[in-house]
Design a protein around this ligand. Structure first.
Ligand SMILES: Nc1ncnc2c1ncn2[C@@H]1O[C@H](COP(=O)(O)OP(=O)(O)OP(=O)(O)O)[C@@H](O)[C@H]1O
Ligand code: SF4
Ligand SMILES: [Mg+2]
Length: 343
């Protein structure tokens, strides 16, 4: 079992949070060649999201971003298992503990209150049926409208998103990648969700289409006043989209701050590297790459998981896990070089 770490709770936001994730742990419990193995993809993560806030999650490939998102929305299939912690949403003033819901309740919450645009979600569009059938199958049961009013609402939603309602009569293969992703987002948001979760919604798209899709998501989020949990490994996207960013490294949250603070005054050496490696207009100097490789989550490094790659690593970093503590108001960081080594 991993070492228990004391954490300071996140600073309270002005309003009651819509999402509270508390010390969440989710492992892939695998069995191969006669050996049981836990891949600790989410290991003791706590965060909150305020009403109307865009909370961004960043980190390199395989750091656990998708697993965190799946665990938060209750999309848990073996070998993934939640081994600790809780996830609570507040919808319409009512607290919903995501792991206490029946599958039917979870399904209703997912469409009515919580919209999920998961990694590769363009695949929810059935390739052999016209797009109208996806709206009919997924959204109609949750909107409580008669058919005529439902289709009117769908067309109005598509039009507001600058999508021609004719897409309803298309098959997915007839649309470009960008149109397919925009249609998927329209489908996921037609029920006017209070909370939107999007995992790498633009990664497979070219830069121009990416911008259109991000603008569309931001428009929906502003219009509905929804909260938004937004995953991308692309820090430049967070710079323009996210109000606050949490940095995940090897299954743990290592830093969290409001976006301008994070980009101007990152405290964790890993975040500093992510920010420093962003391209800058007119600057042709080579960006220094981070030495070493991302750690295995089946056998992560002891102490601070970043220590094998950290230029500031001290002896204590190999032995003890740095707690995520508030270094400044609304700025949490897990690093002994910031918080001081424990005595
Ligand atoms: N079904 C699975 N079974 C076993 N291990 C898995 C499974 N899915 C993911 N993993 C492992 O869990 C870890 C975290 O994966 P995850 O997909 O959450 O990372 P990520 O940060 O979303 O990566 P990316 O940026 O590439 O999308 C990785 O080590 C991955 O290999
Ligand atoms: S705790 Fe130590 S190893 Fe980890 S980031 Fe800070 S200085 Fe580096
Ligand atoms: Mg992912």
């Amino acid at each position: 079992m991993p070492t228990a770490v004391l954490q300071t709770p996140p600073a309270p936001a002005a309003a009651e949070p819509v999402l509270v994730v508390d010390r969440l742990r989710a492992y892939y419990r695998t069995h191969a060649f006669g050996l049981d193995r836990d891949i600790r993809a989410v290991d003791d993560i706590s965060l909150t999201v305020a009403p109307g806030e865009v909370y961004g999650i960043a980190g390199e490939s395989s750091s656990g971003k998708t697993t965190l998102i799946k665990t938060i929305v209750g999309a848990i299939r073996p070998p993934l298992a939640v081994v600790g912690g809780s996830v609570r949403f507040r919808f319409g003033g009512e607290i919903r503990d995501i792991y206490a819901l029946t599958p039917a309740e979870l399904q209703t919450i997912r469409w009515r209150h919580l919209s999920c645009i998961l990694q590769g979600s363009m695949n929810v569009l059935n390739p052999v049926r016209q797009i109208r059938h996806s709206f009919q199958d997924f959204a109609f049961p949750h909107m409580g409208l008669k058919p005529a009013a439902f289709w009117q609402a769908v067309r109005a939603h598509l039009a507001r998103l600058d999508l021609d309602p004719a897409v309803l009569d298309s098959y997915p293969h007839q649309l470009s990648g960008g149109m397919r992703q925009r249609t998927t987002i329209a489908l996921a948001t037609v029920c006017t969700p209070e909370f939107i979760v999007a995992d790498e919604p633009t990664t497979a798209l070219d830069v121009i289409v990416q911008r259109d899709v991000l603008t569309m998501l931001r428009d929906i989020q502003r219009r509905l006043g929804s909260s938004f949990l937004f995953v991308t490994h692309d820090m430049s996207v967070h710079a323009t989209v996210s109000d606050r960013v949490g940095i995940v490294y090897a299954g743990r949250l290592v830093e969290e701050a409001e976006t301008p603070t994070l980009f101007r005054g990152a405290l964790h050496p890993y975040t500093q590297h992510l920010v420093a490696s962003l391209p800058r207009i007119g600057d042709t100097t080579r960006r220094a790459s981070l030495p070493g490789r991302p750690p295995s989550l089946a056998d992560p490094p002891s102490g601070c998981r970043f220590h094998p790659r950290c230029p500031l690593a001290m002896d204590v970093c190999r032995e003890k896990v740095p707690a995520l503590v508030e270094a400044a108001p609304r700025h949490r960081v897990a690093c002994f070089a910031v918080s001081g080594a424990p005595s």
